[in-house]
Unconditional design. Structure first.
Length: 289
């Protein structure tokens, strides 16, 4: 089966060259082909109502949706056949751990094991092993096309940085790359993964987004904002041990600490509230919102 997409005036000659073996095809699908129209992530939202379409799939578009829902596609994203064959081997990372701002190089050896010269498109995906927000099973973060003669081997190197590991945090209005474990996956399509290796980001990076407005640390700040500031969080833990990890905190994140003291005086006593306020004043610093 040959997908010609949007051909120009030479399409007949090009298709003939591929069908009769004069040219070796090397294209990959830039989208997922579903088994049924109903499998498409936008099926229940398109064409919408009253002139509006709701993009209900959110970040789970294309292959991200099919993998999250475990729905088998007809042809996966990144899929494409060739008149030759390729073997992937010797995946290696430049480091086991990287710091924010650093780059990680992912290298893999590709060998043409067939009898025809050909080109392979090597795809690099990243998986966040344990994110605090919903994320795809893996995300494409790089790709490279390599031309190989029969029997030839070449090394393909791709790089990852903190932006490749990040997600958009709509609460912080910024990109966040969380510290922890990630996987680098090398494949010939989103479903044909040939090798994987784990690495770590040493600390969390928050970057981008609109400029933040400085706000002085205070017991009148929302609890959520205080917990997102490392200095304020340390003060809260010193005077209110276990406060940040309290399972009942979710319902009160929008309240200020002073409001919480009135709401739960047995936990945030007037004495503790005063001590926290004093430490905030002593810090003399500001947080950003």
């Amino acid at each position: 089966m040959l997908q010609a997409w949007y051909p120009g005036q030479e399409c007949g000659n090009a298709i003939s060259d591929v069908l009769f073996g004069k040219a070796n095809p090397s294209g990959k699908l830039p989208q997922t082909f579903p088994m049924r129209l109903e499998d498409n992530p936008a099926f229940i939202n398109y064409p919408g109502e009253n002139g509006r379409v709701r993009y209900g799939e959110g970040i789970f578009v294309g292959y991200r949706y099919y993998e999250k829902k475990r729905v088998a596609p007809l042809f996966p994203f990144g899929f494409g056949l060739s008149y030759t064959s390729f073997v992937y081997a010797n995946l290696r990372l430049s480091a086991d751990t990287i710091a924010p701002g650093a780059q990680l190089t992912v290298s893999v050896d590709i060998t043409n094991t067939g009898k025809r010269a050909g080109q392979e498109i090597v795809q690099l995906y990243v998986r966040d092993v344990a994110a605090r927000v919903a994320r795809p099973e893996k995300e494409l973060k790089g790709f490279a096309k390599v031309a190989l003669a029969p029997g030839e081997t070449k090394t393909v190197a791709l790089t990852l940085d903190q932006a490749a590991l990040a997600f958009w945090d709509d609460a912080k209005h910024a990109w966040v790359a969380e510290a922890g474990a990630f996987e680098a996956l090398i494949g010939s399509s989103s479903q044909d993964i040939h090798a994987r290796a784990e690495f770590r980001l040493s600390s969390t990076a928050v970057f981008g987004g609109p400029a933040k407005t400085p706000v002085a640390l205070s017991v009148d700040n929302p609890v959520k904002m205080l917990l997102e500031d490392d200095r304020a969080r340390a003060v809260l833990e010193a005077h209110l041990p276990g406060f940040a990890d309290n399972a009942g905190m979710a319902a009160t994140m929008g309240m200020s600490l002073a409001q919480m003291a009135a709401f739960a005086p047995d936990q945030v006593t007037p004495e503790r509230l005063a001590a926290v306020a004093a430490d905030f004043a002593a810090l003399g610093g500001q947080t950003a919102v």
